[in-house]
Design a protein around this ligand. Structure first.
Ligand code: UDP
Length: 219
């Protein structure tokens, strides 16, 4: 094979939703290549939604000059583990975005991102590795987002917000804007529950829920 090949890692919900976005991207770029699913639960090759699905070892064994992989798994710890493996093995992390996303000025975005349909990223924004922004999410001006951050659908991330590595923001959450001098900070590994209205900083590794969002105490 003389052409690069492409894969979506994860053939569950997240992966099957991102496959059409990936197909759209190759079509937009005029690339006529196969896109595989990789899923380690598979002992044998299968067809999933019209695409060949195989495990990582079998994908690595395919003959191609370059291999691009989008990790389409919502769990950020798994994303980090697989991203490190992919880089160690000499494969490339693939960034995929829908045709209709909006991207404004001065955006820096790390490799391996997945930007679903209707996502908007405005101006002066820095985002780390393997960011997932699901359907209709937005990131407003002057935000800084770390590595392996996940937005479920419809997240409203307003201006001057800093979100640290591995934070997970649930569907429809609204995060109040910070200021240039005092950004609102969502700590590393924090989880923001769906529909939460976040009005102040969230410490690392806690879950917040409700309006206004409060820390959910563990029983
Ligand atoms: N998976 C994998 N290798 C791993 C971890 C997970 O292939 O090391 C696959 C797993 O078999 C499953 C998918 O990734 O098919 C994750 O699916 P899940 O429904 O847990 O989450 P989502 O699709 O919502 O991210």
């Amino acid at each position: 094979m003389s052409q690069p090949i492409y894969a979506i890692y994860g053939a569950s919900g997240c992966g099957r939703s991102l496959m059409p976005v990936a197909r759209q991207q190759l079509y937009r770029e005029g690339v006529n290549s196969e896109i595989y699913f990789i899923d380690d639960s598979l002992q044998e090759q299968q067809i999933v939604n019209g695409h060949i699905a195989l495990n990582y070892q079998s994908f690595k064994d395919l003959d191609a000059p370059q291999k691009y992989v989008l990790i389409a798994i919502a769990n950020s710890q798994i994303r980090e583990k697989l991203a490190n493996q992919i880089i160690r093995d000499g494969l490339q992390l693939w960034t995929v975005h829908a045709d209709n996303i909006v991207m404004m000025d001065n955006i820096e975005i790390g490799e391996g991102a997945a930007l679903s349909p209707f996502v908007s990223i405005t101006s002066n924004i820095k985002i780390g590795k393997c960011f997932h922004a699901n359907l209709y999410s937005y990131v407003e001006h002057d935000c800084v987002i770390g590595d392996y951050v996940t937005f479920a659908p419809g997240v409203k991330c307003n201006g001057n917000i800093h979100i640290q590595d591995h934070a997970y923001i649930g569907a429809g959450a609204v995060i109040k804007q910070g200021t240039a001098n005092k950004p609102l900070v969502i700590g590393r590994g924090a989880i923001v529950g769906m529909g939460a209205v976040v009005t102040k900083d969230v410490p690392p590794n806690v879950t917040v829920v409700g309006n206004p969002a409060r820390v959910l105490e563990k029983n």
